[in-house]
Design a binder for this molecule. Structure first.
Ligand SMILES: Nc1nc2c(ncn2[C@@H]2O[C@H](COP(=O)(O)OP(=O)(O)OP(=O)(O)O)[C@@H](O)[C@H]2O)c(=O)[nH]1
Length: 389
């Protein structure tokens, strides 16, 4: 069956118009997300490009070859900008170079009069733009835990198709050049562009959706004032650590409670109280090992899950206590009491360790504050670490 170029052009226009409507709705639904905005404009420019390309049969070469291809390259540039926006990078202006180059080349007869040269340059530019998009995805992958493989797969298919086109559509002299299945290669170019544009639009919408879900999920697990994890995140982490794969690691739980925090609020005001909480989190995060989990339980109570034994846990807790004692955010002096419980004496669930550390913290408060108490399950008693200085 021979495919007909004119019919395919009409199909492509319908598909593009349908995608523009869908993407515009998704764009407004996603609070005018830049990624979908760029893709929507890219689709609108593609409609113009397809319409201009179809004018070739009318003999309007300037509009179809010069302006039509400039629109195609503009659509590519906008899509590249969408990928840049996805990883939060600046869009820059380098993506306009393809259009400028095409415009300049059209001034030269050796280019304008040779379909082979035009196809070759067009294929090369498609390859360069597509490779740039694959590179953007690769960079975004290092920053965002989103599903990238469908977009990468589509882009690789498009890149390989552009290489194939250079060989089969006469870009490079090749014995393979000519009709396939009774149709010229141009119909396969249109067919492939229809499939890619559908695939790319839906993939981009899915990626933006997934990124938004991840953003809201993370926001629901973070404390807005201090930026550390919140109580919900801590208990999710505790559940993860309760699974058998994590049982082999020794775990120490520390509970922190700032001393006489109410009087700091009363004396210096709520703003200074907030600064103390922020300072505390900053200092603790700096002192804890990198693989620790630190969360605000609420008010002036915090917890840390540290993957270490009791000895290292106690040393770390003492370092934190001393650092806080020496700290003076906004000239406010403050201190912290710490309760410690560890799985050193036998495997214990993290939620049990949290309850034990809470017992120890209660003793630290009762013992005069600004000190650390450790929960010893075997002796069923608490041991006090002497306060330095
Ligand atoms: N500035 C500020 N204060 C808060 C915040 N959350 C809770 N608080 C205050 O923290 C104080 C906690 O007071 P208490 O529970 O009596 O504890 P405390 O004064 O630290 O006394 P001890 O824990 O027994 O040493 C209350 O006054 C709360 O209003 C917050 O986000 N910012």
């Amino acid at each position: 069956m021979a495919l007909d170029v004119a019919t395919l052009f009409i199909c492509e226009l319908y598909v593009l118009l349908f995608l523009i409507v869908i993407t515009a709705f998704a764009w407004s639904g996603a609070q005018y997300d830049k990624v979908l905005g760029f893709n929507c404009i890219s689709l609108i420019v593609s409609v113009i490009a397809v319409w201009l390309s179809s004018l070739r049969s009318e003999g309007l070469l300037f509009w179809s070859v010069a302006v039509g291809n400039i629109c195609v390259l503009l659509a590519y540039g906008l899509l590249l900008s969408a990928f840049r926006a996805f990883r939060g990078a600046r869009c820059g202006y380098d993506w306009t170079l393809g259009m400028v180059l095409w415009g300049v080349l059209c001034l030269f007869p050796w280019f304008w009069n040779s379909m082979h040269n035009r196809i070759l340059v067009s294929c090369l530019m498609c390859i360069i733009y597509t490779a740039a998009m694959i590179r953007e995805l690769h960079r975004a992958r290092a920053m965002l835990p989103v599903t990238f493989w469908p977009a990468r797969l589509l882009l690789w298919i498009h890149l390989l198709f552009s290489v194939l086109r250079a060989l089969l559509d006469g870009g490079i002299p090749s014995p393979l050049y000519g009709a396939i299945g009774g149709s010229t290669f141009s119909v396969y170019v249109i067919l492939e562009s229809i499939l890619i544009v559908i695939g790319m639009s839906f993939t981009l919408m899915a990626m933006v959706n997934e990124r938004t879900l991840i953003k809201y999920k993370q926001a629901s697990l973070l404390d807005p004032l201090t930026g550390v994890w919140n109580r919900r995140a801590l208990f999710e982490k505790a559940d993860q650590l309760a699974n058998p794969a994590s049982a082999s690691r020794e775990i120490t739980v520390m509970l922190f409670d700032l001393d006489h925090f109410k009087s700091i609020n009363d004396r210096y005001g709520h703003y200074h109280g907030d600064q103390v909480l922020i300072d505390f989190c900053h200092k603790v995060v700096t002192e804890l090992p990198a693989d620790s989990f630190f969360a605000r339980l609420g008010g002036e109570e915090f917890a840390a899950i540290v993957l270490c034994d009791e000895k290292v846990g106690m040393e770390t807790a003492e370092r934190i206590r001393q650092t806080i004692e020496a700290s003076r955010p906004q000239q406010v002096h403050y201190s912290v009491s710490i309760g410690v419980a560890s799985s050193t004496y036998g495997p214990v669930r993290v939620d049990t360790l949290i309850a034990e550390a809470d017992d120890a913290l209660y003793q630290a408060k009762a013992g005069g504050r600004n000190q650390i108490k450790v929960y010893r399950p075997d002796e069923q008693r608490l041991q006090t670490l002497p306060v330095a200085g």
